[in-house]
Every structure is written in C-alpha cells, then in structure tokens.
Design a binder for this molecule. Structure first.
Ligand code: GUN
Length: 285
C-alpha cells in the first residue's frame, strides 16, 4: 500500500515560512500585495480564487480582488493590467484562467509585467525556467518538486513520465524534473502506446484533466504517482486523474485529491508573491 504524500502538511511548512517572511517585511515597512483578477462566473475559478485569497490572508499577504463581468473586453482587461503594472503597491498580479472566449489568454499573459507575474506564465519567466535560472517558480510544478523533496524522493537518474503538455503544468514540470537530472518523457493525447511508456515510470505525473484516467495497469510496482487532476466524477465528487483506490495498491507514494497537489500550488503562489515584493523593494531573498 502506498504512502500518502500529504500536500496539506507540506504546504503548511511553506506557508509558515511565507508568514514569517511577510512579518519581517512588514516590520521593515514593506507590505506584500497580490492583485487577483477573475473574469466571469466560472465556478471552479471562483473556488480557486477564494482559496488563494484565504491563503493570502492567513499568511499576512494583502489580496485585492478584481472581479470583472463575463462580457469584459480585451481593452478593459488590458487597461486594468496596465494600471496594476504601474501601481507600486501591487507586487503580484494573477489573472485566473481560463478566461471567457472573447479574451485572448496569450495577450493577457504577455501584458502582465514579468516582475509581477507570480504565476510565472509570461514568456520571459518561462524562458528563465527553460534555462534553469529563475526567481518565479511555476506554481504547480514547483509545488510538486517541494513535495518530492519533503519525502526525500530521489529524482536523479529516475524515469520520470509526465502525462500532459500544457504550458501551466506539463511543460514546466518536465523542465524542473530535468534540472534535477531525471530522464523525462512527456506524453500527450497523440502519444502511441501510452501505457507501455507509463509502466516504465519511476515517477509518474498525471496532468490530463480526465477523471480516473491513470489505471493500475499503467503503473509500475513501487512507482511514485503524482496526481494533478481536479475533476468531478459521475456523482459530482472531486477526484483526480488517477484511479486512487487501485493505483495506491501498487505505488510506493501517491498524492490524494483533494489534499495533494492543490494546496502546494497555492503555497508556491504565496512564495512567489513574497519574492516579487522583495525584488521590487531591493531586498535580497
Ligand atoms: N487556472 C488553473 N490553474 C491556474 C493557475 O495556477 N493560475 C492561474 N492564473 N489560473 C489557473
């Protein structure tokens, strides 16, 4: 039976450290402020944003929400981002994705000042991740790396398989594993013989967005299985991309959903916001 990788536990240690750093900054007269933009009425986005705001409050980061209507235009959204880019009080800017259809996500990401891009989505920051020289960590992949470190899970020389090639998770995840000397394979919807590849994984990261996609026959005995999925099953219950009940009988370590990767994504966001505040105030990290 697999050991559970407890994202709540690991994220709490990151959050404690963030709270301490925020307190030290406040004592120097520096406040830490995150602007959170949400457009429209996507219920999942609303939940994510509420969780992010709550985590900010708990660690002393000031979060300011900008809730815009569904029919917001590009001109309106870009004007808000421009205002926040130029506002000295705002250290970080987060625009929750996905955006309504009329809005161009690439343009929105490009408009956020790279120094305030606490999601690390801007091309400048993704470029930094590519060359292994960065200040902002991609939130979900970096959160996963933090969990692996906490549980002393070796990456060097291991076969690491990432299912999913999104700009937010799959691609940066592969880069971070590669930097730690993992042998990395990225699989996606066009991959042939997927199970053959995943069965070779010592570390398997599932970022597919499909409930129970990874079944026990796709997993090697003793593998470390990381589930990035946040899906609803037929009964409307929150579940991951991994068939947890069956896969946990084979894996050595596994992340649950909820309580695995999700809390770590938020913890990294908090870390990045503190980094942004320090950089903007000329304070060493
Ligand atoms: N949508 C899903 N995940 C994320 C995330 O980490 N950041 C933002 N801004 N939007 C998201």
């Amino acid at each position: 039976m697999a050991k559970i990788i407890d994202g709540k536990l690991v994220s709490q240690s990151v959050r404690d450290d963030v709270a301490l750093q925020v307190k030290e900054l406040n004592e120097k007269g520096v406040s830490v402020e995150l602007a959170v933009i949400i457009v429209g009425n996507n219920p999942a986005s609303r939940t994510y944003v509420n969780n992010k705001k709550k985590a900010c409050e708990a660690t002393g980061i000031v979060s300011v929400e900008y809730a815009l209507p569904e029919e917001t235009t590009m001109t309106e959204l870009l004007a808000l981002i421009e205002k926040l880019n130029n506002d000295n009080k705002t250290n970080g800017i987060l625009c929750q994705l996905p955006l309504p259809k009329q809005l161009d996500e690439k343009m929105v990401i490009a408009a956020i000042s790279p120094e305030k891009d606490v999601d690390a989505f801007h091309a400048i920051n993704t470029g930094h991740i590519m060359i292994g020289d960065y200040s902002f960590l991609p939130c979900t992949p970096a959160g996963i790396m933090e969990m692996l470190k906490y549980y002393n899970i070796e990456i060097e020389g291991k076969n690491c398989v990432v299912i999913g090639r999104s700009n937010i998770v799959g691609k940066p995840m592969a880069m971070l594993l590669l930097q730690k000397n993992g042998t990395v394979t990225i699989c996606h919807s066009k991959t042939k013989n997927l199970a053959e590849i995943t069965r070779k994984a010592d570390i398997l990261v599932a970022a597919v967005g499909k409930a129970y996609f990874v079944t026990a026959d796709m997993v090697k005995d003793g593998a470390v299985v990381i589930d990035v999925g946040m899906n609803r099953n037929a009964e409307g219950k929150l579940c991951g991309d991994v068939d947890f009940d069956e896969v946990s009988k084979k894996a050595s370590y596994i992340t649950p959903v909820p309580g695995g990767v999700g809390p770590m994504t938020i913890a990294t966001l908090l870390k990045n916001t503190v980094t942004a505040a320090k950089q903007q105030n000329g304070i060493e990290s």
